[in-house]
Structure formats: structure tokens, C-alpha cells
Design a protein around this ligand. Sequence first.
Ligand code: NDP
Length: 252
Amino acid sequence: MEHAGKHALVTGGGTGIGKGIAIALAQAGAEVTITGRRADKLDEVAAENPRLHPLVMDVDDEASVRDGIAAAAKARGPVQICIANAGIAEGKPFAQTTLADWRRTMTTNLDGVFLTMQAALETLGADDAGRMIVISSIAGVRGLKNAIPYTASKHGVIGLIHGLSEEYMKRPITFNALCPGYVDTAIVRNQLPGLMKRFGVDEAGAIAAIAQGNRSGVLLDVDETTSALMWLCSDGARSINGQTIEISGGQV
Ligand code: NDP
């Protein structure tokens, strides 16, 4: 119960990586606000633990984020643990990528993190401790072909936490990024039909094509990201600040 009484917020907490993180934080005693656009997904997760609190919030919409986080803080206190996890991934060759594609990804993956972090920080008093963590990607530290807006957005959030770790250096708040390789969640599974068509392979072949980037050759488990995140939120990690941690088995 390391986090008993703390308020944590997890964007995209209704599915995949965010769901795993939210449940682990609730099991560790935190009151966890889970956000996303689909109320049904949030309600399903909230049913797993009474310390999980669903909140419909669209990170593409400034008012939704500001009002949502302010309401969550009013109900459960300052956001001491903020996990900016909500994101989208779309694959397309660069030459076919439109400005609308670019902006859609930037709006969710980069603007959404900016708004979430700023609104969460506003809830903290001058002496309050905080852990601000963004789920970037291995694409935040390396190039990912056929996903240039995604790659740029995930690099962008790392710049954001680097800057914030400097700006808030004198306060007891840390800013870090986790960079997973391919994890077995909807964001990956949704790409399988397109890959099966493009490469003329079955589902197993499409998964193998994606997972070959991981050293293990298989998709990572959600709990691998959860474990790293729980360590970053622990008291022992209070001096880990401005770091990007790759969870990829050494993917190059
Ligand atoms: P999911 O698709 O399961 O999760 C994405 C989550 O983001 C969903 O819960 C979704 O909820 C939420 N979301 C998307 N757009 C918005 C929006 N506009 N407003 C609010 N919430 C939104 O996939 P993952 O769990 O894998 O992805 C979580 C994060 O991890 C993403 O940032 C992703 O880029 C990153 N990541 C994933 C990897 C992987 O291989 N799976 C690897 C590296 C990083 P809803 O649709 O209900 O709004």
C-alpha cells in the first residue's frame, strides 16, 4: 500500500498499458482517476477496484482536459502521480502522409500530453511531491519507418519532460518517460489486418513481422511497462528525473 491516500491520474486508463498501470496503482493504495473517451471501457476497468474512478475526458479537447482534471482534483486532491499515456498510432509511408494525418497525431500524442501535464501540475501546491510520467515509445528515441508523425510526436514528449525536469528542478516533482517496444495491446492488434493485406500473411505472420523488432521476437506484456512505472513512482526513485527508460529488450 505504498501509495495509500495519493491521487493518481492515468489518461487512456480504460485499455492496454494504461489499464495495467491504473490497476497496479489502485492495488498499491492510490485513488486513481482513469480517463478516456469511451465510458464503457472505463466503467469495465473501474469495476475491478473501488479505488478506480472513471472520467470521460478527450485529450484532444483543451476544455475537456482542464475541466476534467480540475474536477478530479476537487474530488480526490492534487494529482501527485500523473501518467500521460493516451495516444494513437497510425502507419503510412511518409509520401502519403497528409497534413491532416500529421496534425491528428500531434493533437493527441503531443498537445494532449502538454495539456495533461500542465493541468495536473496546476493542482499541486508549492511543496507537494509529484511523479509525472509520459508513455513515449521506442519510436521516441529511434526512427520508426512508415510512422513519421508518431515518431515525431513520441520524440516530442521526451523533449517536453526534459524541459520540465529542468524548469521544476527545485520542486519535489520528477518527470520521466517510458519507451516500450511493441506491446500486445489494441494499438498493435488494430494494425494487423493492414499488415496481413500488405504482406500477404496470416495473423501470426503479421505479429511476427511486428515483434521481430523486439529482442525477444514476441510482443511485450503490459506488465513489463507497469513494473517500470511502479518503480518510477516509488520513493526509492525520487532522484530519477528527466530520464527516458527503454523497455524493449535492447531493441536497436
Ligand atoms: P490502446 O489503444 O489500448 O490505448 C490507447 C488509449 O488512449 C486508449 O485507452 C484510448 O481511449 C486513449 N486515447 C486515445 N486517444 C484519446 C483521446 N483523444 N482522448 C483521450 N484518450 C484517448 O494502446 P496502448 O495501451 O498500447 O497505448 C497506450 C500508450 O502506449 C500510447 O501512447 C501508445 O503510443 C504507447 N505505446 C504503445 C506501444 C505498443 O506497442 N502497444 C509501444 C510504445 C508506446 P479512448 O479510445 O477510449 O479514448
